[in-house]
Write a protein that binds this ligand. Structure first.
Ligand code: FUB
Length: 449
């Protein structure tokens, strides 16, 4: 969904200057936990509306469960550098929400007629609106807020995981989950239903379904949803020629999490001609899967319109500028032996990861480093080695030409090592860092100047 460019985007630019910048591959948000990503293209930027998992304290919602107090919005114009615009809605500032619920679950945002509508589920303060979750709306003139919450939740809607879809004819639809997946038309004001909620039929009956996200491509409407077929949630989809169905179950977009993260949650965008899948895993909290992190990978369609399964990657999407810190632990490929990825400090996972080289010939490959037209002469390596060790930088693959030899000195602390490079071509390159002597070396990042 796109919207007219206006003064809003000038203001947006000014705000970006003061907002927080984050650079990352997968996971894309590394300054906090983030889950249930709902991504949209508004103007020439991608806006991301995730849930905000926190580690709950005693009295904050249900112990050892999801704990969410507020929502941030993030934006990017290249999918690799994200700006955190800060909190847009929090439980204490919506008068109908239980301020001790800590259950601000999966949200969504839509644009219509010059306004942005942010939809969020939360338990209400009292039972006037029914038990369990209701769904509220907050309205803004810009995609990053300020959002003003409506004083009441949407009438006749009970459940979680709202998703809004505005069709080409301007008709908006609201989808949500409550055991089944429901749909209703929205009125032009986007805050009230225009039709009775109806259960979407023909979806899998066995196993939990939640998190509906609907998008349209070439006249086909894709209803996507996490579904538990076996132990944890897969991302699945159904296709139709109408936003209200009937839908036909069509396949799996992403298999169960390889790390055992019980939930997954998805959104899809087409940005500058490429389709992307936003989803989540528990990268920054491997021992507690209710503290999740948003990821992105590229998505492709078959000629018949069906979706090709997405294999989750650490490398994620987009190019990485050669002069920035290149986190090679978010690799494209890795040798089978003698190398591993670990947290820099397992007690402070937000410090990120390192690559641990432990055998001669072990290598890691990071694709898509953009050297542009600049003539780079030096390589920086942030490394740690108690013994000292020798690494090599190659181009293209593990057998490609050597462009740098890096002697890492033995040290008790992390050290920045600078070495000359030769034979490096301009443009976009795939890089391989390899251990030449097998002595143990940890690498945090590399960069070029
Ligand atoms: O984030 C809390 C809940 O977990 C969401 O509402 C579901 O979709 C699942 O991801």
């Amino acid at each position: 969904m796109s919207c007219p460019k206006s003064g809003v985007f000038l203001l947006s630019f000014l705000l970006l200057v003061i907002a927080d910048s984050i650079f990352a591959q997968n996971p894309i948000i590394t300054n906090q936990f983030s889950a249930d990503p709902s991504a949209h293209v508004f103007g020439d930027r991608v806006y991301l509306y995730p849930s905000h998992d926190i580690l709950g304290k005693l009295g904050q919602g249900r112990p050892n469960w999801f704990c969410m107090e507020d929502y941030h919005v993030f934006s990017s114009d290249n999918l690799t550098e994200w700006t955190d615009h800060g909190v847009i809605v929090s439980q204490g500032k919506v008068n109908w929400v239980n301020p001790t619920g800590f259950s601000m679950w999966a949200p969504d945002c839509a644009y219509k007629n010059g306004k942005y509508y942010f939809y969020f589920p939360a338990p209400a303060k009292d039972t006037t609106y029914g038990k369990g979750f209701s769904i509220g709306v907050a309205v803004s003139d810009s995609p990053y807020g300020p959002f003003t919450p409506e004083s009441k939740p949407i009438q006749n809607v009970h459940g979680i995981d709202p998703c809004t879809f505005v069709d080409k004819d301007g008709q908006a639809y609201l989808y949500w989950a409550q055991g089944n997946i429901y749909v209703a038309k929205l009125k032009d004001n986007m805050t009230e239903l225009a039709s009775e909620p109806q259960v979407i039929a023909n979806l899998p009956e066995k196993g939990l379904k939640e998190g509906p996200f609907l998008f349209e491509r070439n006249g086909v409407y894709y209803l996507t949803y996490p579904h538990v077929q076996n132990k944890t949630e897969c991302l699945e989809y159904s296709m139709s020629n109408s936003p209200m169905g009937p839908f036909k179950v069509s396949g799996v977009v992403m298999d169960e999490s390889p790390t055992g993260c019980w939930t997954n949650h998805q959104s899809f965008i087409n940005f500058k001609g490429q389709w992307y899948l936003f989803y989540h895993s528990n990268d920054l909290s491997p021992k507690f899967d209710k503290n999740r992190s948003v990821r992105i990978d590229s998505l492709f369609f078959n000629a018949d319109g069906t979706i090709r399964k997405v294999i989750p990657t650490l490398r994620g999407v987009g190019l990485t500028n050669a002069s920035k810190k290149i986190q090679i632990d978010r690799y494209s490929r890795i040798s089978e032996k003698g190398i591993s990825i670990a947290f820099i400090d397992s007690l402070h996972t937000f410090d990120g990861w390192k690559t641990v080289f432990e055998a001669k010939g072990a290598w890691i490959q990071y694709n898509g480093v953009d050297f542009g037209n600049k003539r780079y002469k030096l390589m920086n390596v942030r490394a740690f080695s108690k013994t000292g060790g020798v690494l090599q930088l190659r181009l293209n693959n593990a057998n490609g030409p050597v462009v740098a030899k890096i002697n890492i000195p033995h040290s008790k602390v992390w050290t920045n090592v600078k070495v000359p490079i030769s034979g490096l071509k301009s443009g976009v390159q795939d890089l391989v860092l390899m251990s030449l002597d097998g002595r143990p070396v940890d690498v945090d990042w590399i960069s070029f100047e």
